[in-house]
Structure formats: structure tokens, C-alpha cells
Design a protein around this ligand. Structure first.
Ligand code: GLA
Length: 735
């Protein structure tokens, strides 16, 4: 049976999804011990793997009496506390009023119910009573009265399990949480690799695979955002796992702020994995009766390699995390003026670009940075969300009307969390930004973080933005965030609550986004943080797409989009065709190839359309038509990474397959062209072996088996960076 089962006799909890099984057990002294996570091994309880021996220097809880074999230092646990003889990294650290910091968690009770739990003010997967079940296990610390509710959401069909923790102070005294991880996973061995996605601004989510080693290894962000530098999606994998085969486990934190993922290989070669809010500059005070909830982690197990793991995450996000109605709808193909004009434009220039956009068949004009306040460069204007009349002389409503009269939708860029020192807002309210008393502030792009923990700040900003949106019927918003959070101190919070600033900042951002999408249910909402600095599952709860990177170079994008695809659906990645030589790298790539790469995402253009040659305009028209024809594959299909940009192949190729497997699109880029070239044979995936597929270009017919096992030759081309394009449809299907 799938779902949650409790065996009263053995006190074993079993959580089952389509292909995975998870087990834990209440054992001696009411300790909640982790037993197993992995393939479904049938009607078994995996408690037999636990062998207790007397381990030197591993202490024993008092209740164990003279039993020196019972030690929390070596037992696999579900959620470990501090100060109880377990010297590994742990999940919960608190400080009590008397200055002590121990917390001894013991099982108290549990509940199983239909449907999925939710978390107050935090993004999380949602699920109906048919789709999900919730298990709540309550642990408690007898001395302080702190209750720790471990929450498990089980989605049998989607093949994922979610975890989060709710803390409740039921004691008489204050408890200050110092570290509250969202989950812990104890593996009985260390023979695994960690795959993580690191990077920098304009080069995000570079894949790295490292063997685990003894001691602690971690990925983290202390920047107040999930960050360009490390992504809160991590995979633990068997050594032999590949794209197509082998065991691996994916963990995604549904949170957009500071995070830490720590892995410790201990003295017994066991591996402990924890993930949650970064303990750096974090504390949360709970008075009697107060509650604190951690963000959620989404976990999945695959026994068929990274490809299958990605499919699980893609499907789960598309059906039960992203709430936007656009998630599987055709999105407007847009033109964004940022790389076309930067800050230098006026209404005439914008209208000219819009006119060209309409002519080539685009759907939406997006007005990026520079339309408001005194925003003529990035040194001023943030915080003043009224139109810049030096540039847009007749005002925004009139400009938007003209654009809409052309038959285009209209989108707008905002950066609500920031203020420039040179702004009306800062002159009136210098206390509204984060700043540490008596210290000089750290500047970044000349801007400061507003104190989003304050309700009056959130209200003021959102009201200004709503006024603009109401005045001109905005169809799309791009919400940007262009610096890390710093100067972390809120003048509105008492000293003892300063450890809450980072988290309250995130809760404030989520609240603002919730207000935006509730007020405008038809709005298409795109997130952005200097490109992909906040590309995480938390943001996807609010927006169905995120600007993937400020790097629009098609060749760099091969790596960026490849890395992103491990944890995130392709339809969530904003990707645009930009000009060459590329503004970030100076590289030149054929126009057609730029479109092929950008169409593996939410497609658009970001260049001065007035400067396109007549041939390029004709090509663009064709590209837009082609994208619209295959967009449903990007939105709802299965994605296969046929090659890796890190391998020594001369090409990078990927494939979309419709869920009914009747249609497939193969796209990619030939990286190098050589004299007297080799013929490269490409083998496809995910098709029905005995179905006949027709190549929509040549008309040739192939069986699925031939395409998958014998493969197709890549056409020899001339020049570097030529595009690869194949589309096959089941024979006789209407196209
Ligand atoms: C960030 C975004 C860009 C653009 C600029 C505008 O860098 O990622 O797409 O909007 O800000 O300042």
C-alpha cells in the first residue's frame, strides 16, 4: 500500500511513494530512529541493520542505565538535538533562559491525516486529500517543554516526500532557537558523491560532483538570498550513478534566503545530511505558546539515475508547487528592452521597438529598469515608483495604451526590496533601510536593502506599485533583487530579536509577493535576482518563471541551463535571444543557435529590434512560430539531457518528449566544426520502441527503437556553433 503506515507492534512508520520507501522507528527510551530511505523493498522493516556496540567515547543517555551500547552518537536519527551525546552535526540547537543549551528529543505522539500540511507564510507544496497524506510526529524535550513536530508530506503518485518542522514552546520559560534544520537524513554508509550547483553572477548553477569525505562538507548562502553562488538543491548519489542508471537522492529547500546544507561523514563511515535555514546570524525567540516553522525540503529518490530524478522534480513542481495558472499555459513571447537600451530610452524609442515586435509576431513588450524616479543610471531612483517623465513624457498609462493598441501585452520591471540613497524615499525615511547603528553601510550597486521586516515599509512600497499597475493594466511583472542582503540590523526590532532579521526579511518578501499575485490573479509573474540569484523552489511557489541568468550568451547558457535543469522544470527558466557580439562575453553565435538555446526555456528576445537586418527579422518570425508549435513540450514534456556540456563531446544536445510519447523535439548546438568531420550518431530517449516516428523536416520514418538504439546522424555543418534541430512525430499524427 502507498502512503503512510504505522505498525503499532513494532512502532515502525513506513512512508511509500510510487518507487520509494522511507522508514523510521520509535526505539528504546522513545528515541526516533531513522531506518531506511530508498527503493521500495516490499513488506520489510529495515530495523535489522542497526547493530549496537559499545563505542569508546560515545556516551549513553542516563535512561540507558548500564547499557553502554545505546548511544545517540552513532544511532541514525530522524531529528537530532544538541547536548545529548551526539557529537555530529545536528538539527536543533536552542538556548534556554538559564544559559544551558541541551535538548533531548523523545517521541510523544503522532497523527496521520489526509491532505498535505501547510506552513504559515512560507512556500510549500500543496496537495489535496487524494494527492497527499501528512504524518506529524511529535517529539518533546521534557525539561523545557519544547515540542518539536516533524511534518512529513507523502505524495505517492508524484514520488516525493516533503519534510518540515514546527516548534512549539509549551514550557513556562523562553526558549531561543539557534539552529533549526528542516530535515535530517542519516545514511548507513559513506560511499556516495555529492552533486551540487555553484557559481557566480552571470554564471550560475555550474554542476560539480565530489566524493564525500570524512568530516563536514557544506554548501550554503549567507547573502540573504538563495544566491548565485550555491543553489539549495543538492543530490547525494551512488558512485556509479549516471544520467540513465543508478541510485540518487535529490533534496530541494523551498526557501529563498540564507541556507545551509551540511553533510558529515562520521567515525563509523555513516553519512548525516541536514538542510535548512543557515544558523549564521539566526536565532528565534519563542516565548510560552509561540510557534516557529522551518521551511520545507522536498525529497525524491531515483533508481534510474539523474534523468529520472529530474523528471520527478519537474513533475512535482509543475503540478503541486507552482500555483500560477500559466504553469502549463502558453506564455507570451516577449521583447525586453534591457539589453536593447539599458537606461537610455524615451517613449519614442520604446514605441519603435514595440512596433517592430508586433511585426515579427511577438506577444508582449516588457519595460525593464529605468522607467521610474530619477533612474537614469543605477546610482539613483530605487524606492520612487512613479514614472520618470523625462523619459516617458506622456506618462505610463498613455504609453501602455499605445502599446496595447498595437495588440501587444505589457510588462513592467520593479525592484521593490531596494532603495537608492539618491531617492525621495531615502531622504524621507533613512531609517527604512537595514543599517547597523554607528557603522558605515556596505554598498552594492549603489543601493541599500529596505527593511522588509517592517510592515509599514512593505505597505508603502506595495501601495506605490499597485497604483502604477492599476493605472495601466499591467500583464506581467519582473520582480528583481540586485544586491545581497547586508547591514543586517532592523531599527524596528529589539536587540534580542536581531537574529530574526534575515528570516523575517524573507517572510516579508513572501508576504509582498502573495499580495501581488492575490490582487492580480491573471498576472504573469517572473522572478529575478541579477539573473538567477534567487532561482529556488521557494520562488516558484509565487512565480512560474525566473530569469535564469544575466548571461545571455548562448554558449555559456548551455552550462547554466543544463545545471538548472537538474532540479527545476525547463518552463521555469527565462531565456532570451540577445545581440552579438554578446554583451557579457563578446562571443558571436549564429542567430538561429541563439534561438534554439533560448527556446529551451520561457522564450523571448532582448535586443534592439530596430537594428535587426531584414533577413534576421524573417528568421525571428520563423523562430517565434516554431516556438509556439513546440512550446507545449517545454511546458509539459519530459526533458532528457542527451549529452553534458562538461563531457568531451563536440556537441550539446537535449530532448523533449511529450507525455504520450508521440512527439519529440531534439535541440542542441555543435560546438566545434572540424575539417574532414566525424559523423556523430545521436541516440534518443523516452520513445515507444515499436511506434513509427516521422522526421518532420525530411519526412523519413523511423521506429522508436531505431531512434533510441541505432540513433540518427547529426548533420555535418559548417562553422562553429551550428544549431541541431530535429522534430519527430508519431506517423499519421496531425501536425
Ligand atoms: C538585473 C536583471 C537584468 C536587468 C537589470 C536592470 O541585472 O537581472 O535582467 O533587469 O537588473 O537593472
Amino acid at each position: 500500500m502507498k502512503g503512510i503506515i504505522y505498525n503499532e507492534k513494532t512502532k515502525v512508520f513506513t512512508l511509500r511513494t510510487r518507487n520509494s520507501m522511507y522508514q523510521m522507528q520509535v526505539r528504546q527510551h522513545d528515541t526516533l530512529v531513522h531506518l531506511y530511505y530508498g527503493a521500495d523493498v516490499g513488506d520489510m522493516e529495515i530495523d535489522y541493520r542497526i547493530i549496537s556496540l559499545d563505542r569508546g567515547f560515545s556516551g549513553n543517555p542516563y535512561e540507558a542505565g548500564n547499557d553502554r551500547t545505546f548511544s545517540l552518537d552513532v544511532l541514525p536519527q530522524e531529528y537530532s538535538g544538541y547536548g545529548n551525546g551526539d557529537y555530529r552535526i545536528n538539527s536543533l540547537e536552542v538556548e534556554h533562559e538559564d544559559g544551558s543549551d541541551a535538548v533531548h528529543l523523545r517521541y510523544k505522539s503522532h497523527e496521520i491525516c489526509k491532505g498535505k500540511y501547510s506552513l504559515k507564510g512560507l512556500p510549500a507544496m500543496f496537495g489535496t486529500e487524494e494527492e497527499a497524506e501528512t504524518l506529524k510526529i511529535t517529539l518533546y524535550d521534557r525539561v523545557s517543554g519544547l515540542q518539536v513536530h516533524l511534518l512529513y508530506g507523502v505524495f505517492p503518485e508524484l514520488d516525493v516526500i516533503t519534510r518540515a518542522v514546527r516548534m512549539e514552546n509549551q514550557g513556562e520559560k523562553q526558549v531561543t532557537i539557534q539552529r533549526a534544520m528542516s530535515m535530517e537524513m542519516d545514511y548507513p554508509n559513506m560511499h556516495m558523491d555529492m552533486v551540487h550547483f555553484y557559481g557566480r553572477h552571470a554564471m550560475e548553477r555550474i554542476k560539480e560532483r565530489l566524493p564525500l569525505h570524512h568530516g563536514v562538507q557544506s554548501v550554503e548562502s549567507k547573502r540573504g538570498t538563495s544566491s548565485h553562488q550555491h543553489n539549495p538543491f543538492v543530490i547525494l548519489t551512488d558512485k556509479t550513478t549516471t544520467e540513465k542508471s543508478g541510485d540518487c537522492y535529490g533534496y530541494a529547500l523551498v526557501y529563498s534566503g540564507n541556507f545551509r546544507c551540511e553533510i558529515e561523514v562520521d567515525q563509523m563511515n555513516q553519512t548525516r545530511f541536514v538542510m535548512g535555514i543557515h544558523p549564521y546570524h539566526f536565532s528565534y525567540r519563542l516565548n510560552k505558546g509561540d510557534i516557529f516553522e522551518t521551511p520545507e525540503v522536498i525529497m525524491a529518490y531515483s533508481d534510474r539515475g539523474f534523468g529520472r530524478l529530474s523528471h520527478i522534480f519537474h513533475d512535482a513542481y509543475r503540478s503541486n508547487l507552482i500555483r500560477s495558472k500559466y504553469v502549463t499555459m502558453p506564455r507570451p513571447v516577449l521583447i525586453n528592452n534591457w539589453e536593447a537600451t539599458y537606461f537610455e530610452f524615451n517613449d519614442e524609442k520604446l514605441l519603435n521597438i514595440a512596433k517592430e515586435a508586433k511585426e515579427i509576431g511577438l506577444d508582449m513588450f516588457v519595460l525593464d529598469d529605468g522607467w521610474f524616479g530619477k533612474r537614469d543610471s543605477d546610482i539613483s531612483g530605487l524606492g520612487d515608483w512613479t514614472v520618470n517623465e523625462n523619459k516617458i513624457k506622456e506618462g505610463l498609462p498613455a504609453l501602455v495604451k499605445k502599446i496595447k493598441d498595437m495588440g501587444l501585452k505589457f510588462g513592467l520591471w520593479i525592484e521593490p526590496e531596494m532603495v537608492s540613497e539618491d531617492s525621495e524615499l531615502y531622504r524621507r525615511h533613512p531609517e527604512w533601510c537595514l543599517r547597523i547603528p554607528q557603522r558605515n553601510m556596505n554598498r552594492s550597486r549603489f543601493q541599500l536593502n529596505l527593511d522588509i521586516t517592517r510592515k509599514e515599509v512593505r505597505d508603502y512600497i506595495m501601495e506605490q506599485i499597485f497604483a502604477v499597475m492599476d493605472s495601466c493594466d499591467v500583464d506581467y511583472i519582473k520582480w528583481d533583487m540586485n544586491r545581497s542582503v547586508d547591514n543586517v540590523y532592523s531599527l524596528a526590532l529589539p536587540n534580542e530579536r536581531q537574529g530574526e532579521v534575515f528570516h523575517r526579511y524573507m517572510l516579508g518578501v513572501y508576504e509582498m509577493m502573495e499580495r501581488l499575485i492575490t490582487r492580480y490573479p491573471d498576472l504573469l509573474f517572473e522572478n529575478c535576482s541579477g539573473g538567477g540569484g534567487r532561482f529556488d523552489a521557494g520562488m516558484l511557489y509565487y512565480s512560474p518563471q525566473i530569469w535564469c541568468s544575466d548571461n545571455t550568451d548562448a554558449i555559456d547558457r548551455l552550462k547554466i541551463q543544463y545545471g538548472t535543469s537538474f532540479g527545476y522544470p525547463i518552463s521555469t527558466m527565462g531565456a532570451h535571444v540577445s545581440v552579438c557580439p554578446n554583451h557579457q562575453t563578446g562571443r558571436s553565435v549564429p542567430f538561429e543557435t541563439r534561438a534554439v538555446v533560448a527556446s529551451a526555456g520561457t522564450f523571448g528576445y532582448e535586443l534592439d529590434l530596430e537594428k535587426l537586418t531584414p533577413q534576421e527579422k524573417e528568421l525571428a518570425k520563423k523562430q517565434i512560430k516554431e516556438y509556439k508549435k513546440m512550446e507545449h513540450l517545454v511546458q509539459t514534456g519530459d526533458y532528457y539531457r542527451l549529452t553534458s556540456p562538461y563531457s568531451n563531446h563536440d556537441y550539446v544536445v537535449w530532448q523533449f518528449v511529450s507525455k504520450d510519447k508521440r512527439e519529440t523535439l531534439v535541440n542542441g548546438v555543435m560546438l566545434r566544426n572540424e575539417a574532414n568531420p566525424h559523423i556523430h550518431i545521436l541516440r534518443l530517449e523516452g520513445l515507444i520502441p515499436d511506434m513509427h516516428y516521422q522526421d518532420m523536416e525530411s519526412g523519413n520514418i523511423y521506429t522508436g527503437a531505431a531512434l533510441m538504439k541505432a540513433g540518427v546522424p547529426l548533420p555535418p555543418g559548417s562553422g562553429d556553433y551550428q544549431p541541431v534541430k530535429f522534430r519527430f512525430c508519431a506517423k499519421n499524427d496531425e501536425q
